[in-house]
Unconditional design. Structure first.
Length: 691
């Protein structure tokens, strides 16, 4: 179609009004541009519709190729035009709509009354059969081949015992993905399902429901078309919630299914009025609250800047991005020309932002305010704690400042209990190692040491062990520096070295508290080691950590601290050494055949065509090819042979010979097992585990 074709007529009057009108035969094409959200932006399109009706052009196609998204007023405008054209004996169609607009039309039902002029669309889902709503969910899942009848029967038995919903049980079991479940559930109930994201809700409509109410109900208003309110929910049977929304808004609710996590995120985005740092976050969330914070005193211009909205928003967005990306640490460090912000993700640092150096003192002051520290003290190191509430949960941050050449460097350790692994079954151990660890924990007394360098997950393993032992019949006492995660029933005690309450002193008093299990966060010096060994010998199960490279290193380290070998041989019942290795990113995972050299090096000659995996690198993994971490373990249980060896105060070589003689799976052996499973790479194992 060209402007010179005799069948085509162009009207420059409407083109000047931001709506290009093209006439081809009996069909009129209208091409608006930009976001159609306000009356001002929509008026040219409304005028174009009026002009079509005046000229009795009643077959109209709206070309949406230059429209990124539609809001509620635009949807009403299209619906009004469609009804007017239909009454005049014509019709309205849309063409070249993007996937976002197609989802909007589908979930609001306008896609049924306003047809698409395109030949086909790739992501249009067929309408469910009318009888689907009468079929049970389990039958539909079996019919679609998503689950077996045995799985459905097992889930029904669990449903009777726990009173949970069938769908939730299936998702928790990992038998079906939440997205697939909602798609089937939507077909069964004839309710549209959407992959909720930015653009699939009208910001003005979304805020018609108070943020606190939306979070409590886990519901988000999406669009309003006349007296109908399209409401995202993860529970299509929450009738009381729908009634409350109708009473609050005075509109009729029409439900749309979406995943719970997506709704929580969208609620935060919708109620955010923050436009600062858009390059840092795709959508800066507003559900951010500093717990028990104080406002700064008016010291100087820097402190005034720290209290200003842009700096507050920047700090909030940095923390929120770190929580979203599952970072373990946030580094904020000044240099000569700029400040640098880096996240430690899966053990490695990634630069995410470089603010102007002039902003660095203000960022530091803001963080000190949040940590209730002295913002006027910039010469000495300071430590503190920040508590924030974001993304529907409370996050603890450990603050540490260190004065440097260009200013104070800040490191924030992110402690997210929701990401903590407090279950031995979820530590990722192979079956043999998990059984061995449980066997050690089932002992009534003795010393169990977890070893590894800083950041190897030792504390996580200890917490999982304590959670495994936790029961009302046992008195479990922990000594930690600091207490990272709070556990029910467990008596947790923080070390306070500034007042002389050290590990050793606390441990002496703990022994008078009639404990069954004692967890010592770390054995740092001789006195703590001696008391821990004595406690293990007097009928207590003692768990602690050491900074050593492998399991045999724990024995030599304890002896070097001054522990008598004969006491250690009687007290030590086992050592767990571990490392954290990065897993392959599932979004860009690819497979390849191992080379003959690799097969020869690692002794895989008995395997036919060894297939290994690696990540290509993608935006989800910062182009590293890795995402998430897993632990590799080496567990040594003390037997009579090892006891006799410890008494002789053995060298490291003698202990290593013992390990090899007992065919203990080393850290490297466990790592290679994960490589063959396609979960990590040889390069990652070689980087982390020193053989």
């Amino acid at each position: 179609m060209t402007a010179t074709s005799p069948a085509v007529e162009l009207d420059d009057r409407d083109a000047a009004a931001k709506v290009v009108r093209t006439r081809m035969g009996v069909v009129t094409y209208l091409a608006p541009s930009g976001v159609l959200s306000s009356d001002v932006e929509l008026q040219p399109l409304r005028d174009a519709f009026d002009g079509c009706l005046e000229r009795w052009e009643v077959q109209v196609v709206v070309d949406l190729s230059s429209v990124p998204l539609l809001q509620s007023l635009a949807l009403e405008t299209l619906l009004d035009a469609q009804e007017r054209l239909t009454r005049a004996g014509g019709w309205l169609k849309v063409s070249h709509s993007n996937s976002l607009i197609r989802d909007i039309l589908r979930m609001t039902g306008l896609g049924k009354s306003i047809a698409s002029a395109d030949a086909s669309t790739d992501d249009d889902r067929p309408a469910p059969p009318p009888s689907t709503a009468k079929i049970r969910l389990g039958d539909i899942l079996v019919e679609k081949g998503l689950l077996t009848e045995a799985q459905i029967n097992d889930a029904i038995l669990l449903q009777k015992k726990s009173a949970r919903r069938l769908g939730q049980i299936l998702v928790d079991k990992g038998w079906i993905g939440e997205k697939a479940l909602f798609q089937v559930l939507g077909d069964q109930l004839n309710i549209p399902y959407i992959d909720l994201r930015a653009g699939l809700y009208d910001p003005e409509v979304a805020t018609q429901l108070d943020a606190a109410v939306a979070r409590r109900l886990n519901m988000l208003p999406l669009f309003r078309i006349r007296d109908a309110l399209y409401l995202a929910t993860s529970d299509p049977q929450a009738a009381p919630g729908f009634t409350e929304v109708e009473e609050r808004t005075g509109l009729r609710v029409r439900t749309v299914l979406a995943r719970r996590e997506a709704i929580v995120k969208a609620i935060a985005e919708a109620h955010s009025d923050n436009s600062y740092g858009a390059g840092l976050l795709e959508a800066l969330e507003d559900d951010f609250e500093v717990v028990e914070s104080k406002q700064p005193d008016d010291y100087a211009a820097i402190d005034n800047m720290a209290g200003g909205s842009p700096v507050i928003n920047m700090v909030n967005s940095i923390i929120q991005r770190a929580v979203t990306d599952k970072a373990s640490d946030i580094h904020i460090e000044p240099s000569q020309k700029m400040s640098r912000i880096r996240f430690r993700i899966d053990g490695l640092l990634y630069e995410v932002m470089s603010p102007r150096i002039e902003l660095h003192p203000a960022i530091v002051s803001r963080l000190k305010v949040m940590a209730n520290l002295d913002i006027a003290e910039r010469r000495l190191p300071q430590d503190g704690r920040i508590q924030v509430y974001t993304q529907g949960r409370q996050i603890d941050l450990r603050f540490s400042s260190l004065p440097g050449l260009y200013g104070e460097k800040i490191v924030l350790r992110v402690l997210d209990k929701n990401q903590a692994i407090l279950d031995i079954g979820k530590l990722g151990m192979v079956d043999a190692n998990e059984t061995a660890l449980k066997r050690l924990l089932d002992r009534s007394y003795g010393l169990v040491l977890v070893t590894g360098p800083t950041g190897s997950g030792k504390t996580t393993t200890l917490y999982a062990a304590i959670n495994y032992l936790n029961s009302i019949e046992k008195n479990i006492v922990t000594i930690e520096d600091p207490v990272e995660y709070q556990l029910d029933i467990v008596n947790q005690n923080p070390v306070k070295e500034q007042i002389g309450l050290t590990f050793a002193r606390m441990l002496k008093h703990v022994l008078r508290q009639d404990p069954d299990v004692i967890m010592v966060g770390e054995i740092r010096e001789r006195e703590t080691a001696e008391i821990a060994v004595q406690a293990a010998l007097t009928g207590h199960l003692v768990l602690s950590t050491l900074h050593t490279n492998d399991s045999v290193g724990a024995v030599t380290r304890m002896i070097d601290m001054g522990i008598e070998p004969y006491l250690l041989s009687s007290a030590l019942i086992g050592v767990v050494a571990q490392r954290l290795v990065r897993g392959i990113c599932p979004a860009c995972k690819t497979e390849y055949l191992a080379s003959p050299e690799v097969i020869q090096t690692y002794g895989w000659q008995d395997r036919d065509k060894v297939r290994l995996s690696r990540g290509r690198g993608c935006p989800e993994c910062y182009d590293s090819g890795y995402r998430g971490r897993m632990a590799v373990h080496e567990i040594v249980e003390t037997d009579s042979d090892l006891q006799r060896l410890i008494i002789t105060s053995p060298s490291r070589d003698e202990l290593s010979d013992y390990i090899h003689g007992k065919d203990v799976d080393t850290l490297f052996d466990d790592g290679l097992r994960r490589v063959l499973q396609g979960r990590t790479t040889i390069e990652e194992i070689a980087r982390v585990v020193n053989t």
